[in-house]
Design a protein around this ligand. Sequence first.
Ligand code: MF3
Ligand code: CO
Length: 249
Amino acid sequence: MAIQIKTPAEIEKMRISGIALRQVHEAVRAAVKPGATTMDLERAAQQKIDELGAKAAFKGYHGYPAALCTSVNHEVVHGMPSERGTLKEGDIVSVDCGVIIDGYYSDSAVTYPVGKVSPAVEKLLRVTEASLYAAIDKAVVGGRLFDIGNAVQTMCEAEGFGVVREFVGHGIGKSMHEDPQVPNYGEAGKGPRLKAGMVLAIEPMINAGKPEVRVLEDGWTAVTVDGSMSAHFEHTVAITKDGPLILTN
Ligand code: MF3
Ligand code: CO
């Protein structure tokens, strides 16, 4: 399918969805602390989603059971909230959430440190988030799609981190996943030309060690093969004639 171009009115609706999603993330952020379970984060999210009159985008998606993906430490993405096991000082937890308001989706992710984390882990979080913003800077009219992934890859591989290949960003709008796929690697100057009205979920998933991941027997949780820590940051971004517009902050 061709990459959809949204009207300014549609982008405005997606912005409203994105602002609600940001409020959900703030509610979850407040719940991240040593001793909390990932189900505590799920409850905080679901409560805020209900309060906002939004709908959880992930719940029921291909049978996914929750509003959040909560991926701890070496879990890369799609960790499922659970009552078992509590977050400990030094852990990291990636919180990925999507909401729907008035038919329009927004999708974003943040990786939080739990209490104080090691300098190496702090660096993983800092570089992964910086790579998201470097990628967003490439979401401009006249650019090329793979400029985005190239920005992530260049920044993260320079630090010796592994760029996950199996999962990618995506177009987003009236469904969570639209064309195009947005890889976190690639050759600058290649790929479809970026146009005003495209809306992309850009989401680097970066491992402290090697890039390989595998999915656990639960069918969802992706973990690093080498057991290294993994970070994930995501924003939903509209390409406009005035530059990239982050809809989820
Ligand atoms: N945020 C994820 C993505 O961008 C979606 C989570 S998968 C789900 O693809 F099953 F949890 F919804
Ligand atoms: Co996404």
